[in-house]
Write a protein that binds this ligand. Structure first.
Ligand code: ASP
Ligand code: MG
Length: 403
């Protein structure tokens, strides 16, 4: 019998009616002859609400206690969904991350999965039951409850699909799939039928908000096929699969954007070994995810190093850079929080060198100044002023014929 992991996001289980609708869908999937493992997020904006409560009570918010608090959201959803399934005559049982055997490291609020045991889920399946698992959580090697970082339920679903050797993993959400630009900015944006893991990684890391980046990494590493689709219309969505090398790859698959980062520049850095190492080691030790990094060839013995970090890590990063600058003889630190990144992603870029030129020409024609550029083999990103982001996305979407 095929085994499908079905993950339902916060909006999909936002209220009683939604939970009954989801139960109905799970029951129907079973009736069609599949085994189902369900993963749920917290209802609606529950996690945001819990974070707000914590900040009303506490300044220090110890990670262990934050995790204990936040995991309660997913517990509510899983128990309610099991009750709704019971009403439909479907045998179901809820499991916390810990009960499901999701073992993580001890890095509270952003723990990484080390191992998935899943014994109790296998037992439940063997007993013809539907296991319903609380997303976003696990238990650490020190036996404390942990969370996997915001959006972590996607990762739970993929990890369970891998551990249980599911046929595929369905990610149900409030949009009908992965679009080739944000439809709120580009009305002509189109839904992608399939994308490769590599393209999806670039889309997620450059601002595509449909799937959490770590879940895509996990899916690629364990070859778990994903189907991202709507829990409102139930229409077929976007498949995320291994790249099919027999097919001609689209040159540009999607335009993405991201306004969640800030830019820092350490200026007048003496051109000698070890300075970048110290700067980025300091950031890495604080678990700060640096995105773009740019350093120029030095002229007259000094250079500038610019990089971008998530806005929530901006103050810590700036303090670190400002402390380091005098120590290494740099002339100063400059920062800009009003930036945005626009990116083109496409597997065919590898063999089409003109994409960058066309991207820069398109931005130039709109009078948009490029502040930083970075590339991978299948992505080109430009940092621009935050207020230019929408215009840039619209212009690129039309210039590359994605409408
Ligand atoms: N409830 C968690 C969050 O809002 C996890 C998730 O929904 O994936 O981040
Ligand atoms: Mg979510």
């Amino acid at each position: 019998m095929p085994l499908i992991v079905q993950k339902f996001g916060g909006t999909s289980v936002a209220d009683a009616e939604r939970i009954r609708t989801v139960a109905d869908h799970v029951a129907r999937t079973r009736a069609h002859g599949n085994q189902v493992v369900v993963v749920v997020s917290a209802m609606g904006k529950t996690t945001d609400e819990l974070i707000r409560m914590a900040s009303e009570v506490s300044k220090s918010q110890p990670g262990r206690e934050m995790d204990m608090l936040l995991t309660s959201g997913e517990r509510v959803s899983m128990a309610l969904l099991c009750m709704a399934l019971a009403d439909l005559g479907v045998k179901a049982a809820s499991f916390t991350g810990s009960q499901a055997g999701i073992i993580t490291d001890t890095d509270h609020t952003r723990a990484k999965i080390l191992e998935v045991r899943g014994d109790r889920l296998r037992e439940a399946l063997a007993g013809d039951m539907v296991p319903v698992v609380a997303g976003f959580q696990g238990v650490s090697t020190a036996r404390d409850v942990t969370t996997l970082g915001r959006g972590g339920s996607d990762t739970t679903a993929v990890a369970l699909a891998a551990a249980l050797a599911a046929d595929f993993c369905e990610i149900y959400t409030d949009v009908s799939g992965v679009f080739n630009a944000d439809p709120r900015i580009v009305p002509a944006a189109r839904k992608l039928e399939r994308v490769s893991f590599e393209e999806m990684l670039e889309i997620s890391s450059s601002g595509g908000r449909v799937l959490a980046l770590r879940s895509v990494e996990y899916a690629r590493n364990h070859s778990v096929e994903l189907h991202v689709r709507s829990a409102f219309t139930w229409e077929p969505g976007t498949w995320v699969v291994r790249e099919d090398t027999r097919m001609e790859q689209p040159v540009v698959s999607a335009v993405t954007h991201d306004v969640s980062e800030a830019k820092l520049t350490v200026a007048g850095v003496p051109d000698k070994p070890g300075i970048a190492a110290r700067l980025f080691r300091g950031l890495a030790d604080r678990s700060i995810n640096v995105d773009m990094i740019e350093q120029n060839t030095s002229i007259e013995g000094t250079t500038d190093i610019s990089f971008t970090v998530p806005k929530e890590d901006f103050e810590v990063s700036r303090a670190m850079a400002e402390a380091l600058a005098p120590e290494v003889g740099a002339s100063g630190v400059f920062s800009d929080t009003h930036i945005g990144t626009v990116s083109l992603v496409g597997a065919g870029m590898k063999t089409h060198p003109a994409v960058a030129a066309q991207m820069f020409e398109t931005l130039a024609a709109e009078g948009i100044n490029i502040e930083m550029i970075s590339t991978s083999s299948i992505r080109i990103s430009c940092v621009v002023a935050q207020e230019e982001v929408e215009k840039a996305v619209q212009a690129l979407h039309s210039s590359f014929g994605l409408g």
